[in-house]
Design a protein around this ligand. Structure first.
Ligand code: FES
Length: 283
């Protein structure tokens, strides 16, 4: 299985289809507000993994109910709920997928193909059940569950092995030791400019506004882009840093994600000033 996954990750032939689909997704989901909604920016957490709980839960429940006598209506309802809820979950997944790296997109493409087969089988199962062909509907549903399980396995690989839509910055926190760390004299910090410093070899950005200073991890939660090279923009009255790689935007006074593709907030470290020297520590 590991070899197969590595082959998929390295299969450049998937890029022809992947690149075309990426253009279609980006061309269709053009509005920033829609993309942010689907990335889960409003939630501070990727939306796709939360949304897939509904179809997966409904389909697994249908598989169990199908084993019980006299539960045809319940099983049909569960298959219908699962199939209908899979569509918005797929749109959120495609929106995330379009902002992934190439090797991630290859696995994501096969994940989407397996799930498309699964949804098609479940839709066919629903049609068969509504036409009174319950045995056929049951068989199609079990085939659908097999395809969706393959899709779920690939989705797990995408998230846990390849780190898709997982916060890339959070692991940096484990490299920072306990206690307060000096970050230099306040007098050397310019106003409203990003400054990059290091704490225990972990890069952080500093942003001073008056006497308030934000200290934030520099590595972008999306795909580790250098936020220290980003632009500062005023959005809704808040100073924000825009990642130079794919445009994820974070509030400098709290780290909340304002625009995706990151669905995760950025980590901000608590600060204090002692005798004119700035210090920061782990949250
Ligand atoms: S690395 Fe993709 S938005 Fe920052």
């Amino acid at each position: 299985m590991r070899e197969l996954l590595t082959k998929i990750e390295q299969n450049t032939r998937l890029d022809r289809v992947g690149d075309r689909l990426q253009r279609v997704v980006q061309g269709t989901l053009r509005a920033q507000r829609v993309r942010d909604l689907l990335h889960g920016v409003w939630l501070g957490h990727p939306l796709h993994p939360a949304m897939v709980q509904v179809p997966v839960g409904a389909w697994i429940s249908a598989a169990i109910v199908d084993l019980m006598p006299g539960q045809r209506r319940a099983a049909t309802a569960l298959v219908g709920i699962g199939t209908a809820s899979a569509l918005p979950a797929a749109v959120a997944g495609l929106n995330d997928w379009a902002a992934l790296s190439r090797d991630q997109r290859r696995i994501g493409l096969v994940h989407a193909a397996a799930n498309t087969i699964g949804v098609t089988l479940y839709a066919s199962s629903l049609a068969a059940r509504l036409n009174g062909r319950h045995n056929l509907g049951r068989a199609l549903a079990y085939l659908g569950l097999s395809a969706a399980s393959t899709g779920a396995y690939l989705g797990g690989h995408l998230a846990y092995k390849q780190g898709a839509q997982v916060s890339q910055s959070i692991s940096e926190l484990h490299l920072v030791s306990e206690g307060w760390h000096p970050l230099g004299d306040m007098s050397t910090l310019p106003q409203r400019q990003l400054v990059t410093r290091e704490i225990d070899d972990v890069s952080v950005i500093l942003y001073r506004h008056g006497e308030d200073v934000t200290v934030m991890l520099e590595r972008c939660p999306h795909q580790s882009g250098p936020l220290g090279e980003g632009e500062v923009q005023e959005i809704d009255g808040h100073a924000c840093v825009v990642c130079p790689w794919h445009g994820s935007t974070f509030r400098l006074n709290g780290g909340e994600v304002v625009h995706g593709p990151s669905g995760n907030d950025q980590v901000v470290l608590p600060t204090r000033v002692v005798n004119g020297r700035l210090e920061a520590r782990l949250p």
